[in-house]
Design a protein around this ligand. Structure first.
Ligand code: TYM
Length: 344
């Protein structure tokens, strides 16, 4: 059995928000107690859509700062930016030759991001899920904490791992690398906020790219901004239900209760036991207090770290040096398995 190892990534594309935090980063922090973890700022993924270079540099540091400010320990675990470990791109090329066009054609995220003008999307945006599979499998990671929206990409990673293991099964045996070289990575999609929705429209995912800043709470928002956004959040005229069932047809209420539950570490039924039957105004006041209490210190620490880019860069360089050792070993095996010639 492969030793358990956690890997996950966040794109440095600006506006890190509550969805990223509750859907992913909170779980990254928890997993540190039970697993070895590798957390990556995926800058190679970011450039699948045009990024202003100076802004990209700032955003790489900002995501790193958010990891540290949220409680990720870069000494005990590994934190780095993807482009410093060339093996990600190298394994992605091998996977470009394993994955099938038909598989990529089914990816809903590509369809959403490319929109109507698909001919004009970058080739990188199309091949993005193969790079994502390489990110995980270059460490032979077994568990991947993500939000709900990444589920399809994780399934593709499993398909790629499986096809590689099958296509090269003989060679894997010949090189004494067991029956299956790559583990099939398990998605970890946990907690009451695996899909945080826009504060303006309960049918749309909270996203970095939404034109309205009122649709999301950014990790860098101050207390006033958080309060304004929560107070303006769309709701319906009914009081909050007392049971979970009552949220089913009320996406905005469901979203706010899920956010409250995730921020307080409670379940949605438990939150409804306290607030059920009450008006949104009271609930929103409590949500503002809770959000400011939980996010305020993170935003403040991020601000502090933004003044110390030398420290942040040092964390990334140190993490990349440690990541490269693991990734290099995998890549050497992959080269042997595929039949390439390499120096020792
Ligand atoms: P990205 O950068 O879009 O998002 C980072 C993490 O945040 C989660 N997330 C959400 N969770 C709940 N509600 C939301 N509204 C919400 N929006 C985002 C995402 O699910 C993700 O976990 N392709 C990935 C990055 C990536 C990666 C990887 C992840 C690249 N390689 C390897 C895991 C393993 C992405 O674009 O995430």
């Amino acid at each position: 059995m492969a030793k358990e190892l956690v890997f996950s990534g966040v794109q440095p594309t600006g506006n890190l928000h509550l969805g990223n935090y509750l859907g992913a980063i909170v779980n990254f922090v928890k997993l540190q107690d039970t697993h070895n973890c590798i957390y990556c700022v995926v800058d190679l993924h970011a450039i699948t859509v045009w990024q202003d270079p100076a802004e990209l540099t700032r955003n790489i540091r900002e995501v790193t700062a958010a990891f540290i400010a949220s409680g990720i320990d870069p000494k005990k675990h590994i934190v780095f930016n993807q482009s410093q470990v060339a093996e990600h791109a190298e394994l992605a090329w091998v996977f470009n030759c394993v994955a099938r066009l038909g598989w990529l054609n089914r990816m809903t995220q590509f369809k959403e991001k490319a929109g109507k003008d698909r001919e004009n999307a970058s080739v990188g945006l199309y091949a993005y899920p193969n790079l994502m599979a390489a990110d995980i499998l270059v460490y032979r990671a077994t568990h991947v904490p993500v939000g709900e929206d990444q589920k399809q990409h994780l399934e593709l990673s499993r398909d790629i791992a499986q096809k590689f293991n099958n296509d090269f099964s003989e060679s894997i045996k010949v090189h004494g690398l067991g029956d299956k070289f790559f583990p099939l990575p398990e998605p970890l999609i946990t907690g009451p906020a695996t899909r945080v929705m826009s504060l303006r429209d309960g049918s749309k995912k909270m996203s970095k790219s939404d034109a309205s800043d009122y649709s999301r709470i950014n990790l860098s928002d101050d207390a006033d901004a958080i309060a304004q956004k929560v107070r303006k959040a769309k709701t319906d005229p009914e009081p909050l239900p007392s049971e979970d069932e009552g949220l089913k047809t009320r996406p905005e209420a469901d979203n706010l209760v899920g956010i409250y539950a995730a921020l307080s570490g409670r379940s949605k039924p438990d939150v409804l036991r306290e607030f059920g039957g009450g008006q949104f105004s009271g609930f929103k006041n409590s949500l503002v207090d809770l959000a400011v209490e939980k996010l305020g210190p993170i935003g403040a620490e991020m601000k502090k770290l933004s003044q110390d880019s030398a420290y942040v860069d040092e964390v990334l360089i140190d993490g990349a040096n440690r990541a490269r050792v693991i990734a290099g070993e995998t890549m050497n095996h992959v080269k042997d398995i595929v039949g390439f010639i390499r120096g020792r």
